[in-house]
Every structure is written in C-alpha cells, then in structure tokens.
Write a protein that binds this ligand. Structure first.
Ligand code: SF4
Length: 257
C-alpha cells in the first residue's frame, strides 16, 4: 500500500471534490465529462480499457477526438485473454497511434496460486474465482493507478444489477479516493453500438460471435437473446457476485498467495 500513499490527494482541490460530490456533473454529456477530466487531471488521468467491450473503445475514440496528446490508455493482461483481445489492442495502437500501457500480474503470485489451487480454480468456488481475479486483475490495477489522480472506465448503469447506481463522476473510495469518471454511465447499449457504427470504431471480433462482453477466455461465453449483457461473464455464478473486484472493491485475497 505504500505505493498508493505517494499519490497525495492534496493534488485534488477541495473545489473539484465539491463539484463531484454535488452531482452536478452527472447530467453532462460523455464528451463534456471527458473534457472536464482532462482539463482537471492530465497527465495524471488515464482510461482503463479491457478491450473486451465496446465501451472502452468508444472512450478511446472520444478522447482521441478531444486531444490525442492527452489520450492515455492502460489495460491489464491477465495471461488468460483470448487472441481476439490481443489483436484488438494492436489495431487500436495502429489506428490511433497511441501507446497502450499493459500491466501484468506478478508471476510469483500466479505461480503460487496455480500450484496450490490449479489452473482452472475459478470454476470451483466464488472464493477461488475472486482470488484469481485478485491476483491477475486487481493487484495489477493498483500498480496502474499508482501515478494517477483520476481514471476513466466504461461502466454503464444498465449493464447489470451490480452497476445500476454508477455515477458519471465519483470519488472512488475503493482506490484511495481517486476521481473515477464513467462518462457513459447513462448510455444505453444502443447508444454505444450506434457510436461504434457511425465512427467505425474497432471492436473485439468476439462480439460478432455472440459475446457482448469479453473477459478472460475461460470465464466468458456467448449469450442468448434476452440474456443480461454480462450474463456470459462467470456464468456459473449468481448475477450479484459477477464483478472482478476492479470496480466493486473486494481486495485481492491473501492466503499468502
Ligand atoms: S476472469 Fe477468470 S481467469 Fe480472468 S482473472 Fe478472473 S477468474 Fe481469473
């Protein structure tokens, strides 16, 4: 945790915090929220994109239109991503000519976890699944956020029961009170896909094969018509537990791993 304490929240003015707390930004357009975020925090603000859902790519495109030089993007390579996701990362780098900062899990922790619980531990219990997400996603995310005052995510309220209260700009208590921007909070799925089509935004090839949301290969599947759009993520669990810890706050759980 020492790394995070270096952030220094005095960087974020009380005026900015008040603006966020007031909820005044919640009615703003996605573009206006992004412009505000870049003006307030650049270069200490970055988009977190999984390259597994169109929302992150819409945000790359929006940010790039606002200011290519301040478009900063990071992602987490868990080591279990499908090839289509890696292909998309390269396409985005080529098209927008931006660097994608890739963060990896700590090899010693992955090795110890797999030795103790197996390669496919996540199917055995929610505890195991959260441990794996903790080691492969949550811990690298902490390192990715270490030099940031604010981060941007593609969460939308209608995506699932776990996201119905998402605000356009919030104080992220899970990550040491950084500012978190969810510029697409009020967008519908139709809004996202209409933007993708209009601007020819590159997206994950697995969407065309019935995956509305793509995460790690063993934990994602195609969905049927009428299913919740995150129903293909950790489909063997109850809907209420289907978050990886990046947005809902449980810690990477220990047991010395
Ligand atoms: S999504 Fe699955 S494979 Fe990926 S980190 Fe979480 S449990 Fe592990």
């Amino acid at each position: 945790m020492a790394q995070l304490e270096l952030v220094g929240h005095s960087r974020i003015s009380e005026e900015t915090l008040e603006q966020v707390r007031s909820g005044a930004l919640d009615g703003w357009s996605a573009q206006r929220v992004l412009e505000w975020g870049l003006d307030q925090f650049a270069p200490r603000i970055s988009l977190s994109a999984s390259f597994g859902s169109p929302e992150g790519l819409v945000l790359v495109d929006l940010m790039h239109r606002i200011d290519p030089d301040r478009t900063r993007v990071f992602t987490i390579d868990t080591g279990r991503l499908p090839q289509e996701t890696y292909d998309l990362m390269d396409r985005v780098r080529d098209r927008y000519r931006i660097e994608v900062g890739v963060y990896f899990p700590q090899p010693e922790r992955v090795q110890a976890m797999v030795r103790e619980r197996g390669l496919n531990l996540f199917y055995e219990s929610v505890e195991n699944r959260r441990l794996c997400c903790g080691v492969r996603k949550v811990e690298p995310l902490k390192r990715a956020l270490a030099d940031l005052d604010a981060w941007i995510a593609g969460l939308r309220r209608e995506q699932s029961v776990t996201r119905s209260e998402v605000r356009a700009v919030e104080i992220d208590q899970v990550h040491d009170d950084r500012i978190k921007l969810n510029p697409l909070a009020r967008w519908t799925r139709e809004d996202v896909w209409s933007y993708v089509k209009k601007h020819n935004v590159p997206v994950n090839a697995l969407h065309a094969k019935g995956y509305p949301s793509v995460g790690c290969a063993p934990c994602s599947r195609a969905t049927a018509d009428g299913e919740d759009e995150r129903a293909g993520r950790w489909w063997w669990e109850q809907a209420e537990s289907r978050e990886c810890g990046i947005h809902d706050g449980y810690e990477d759980q220990g047991s010395g791993i």
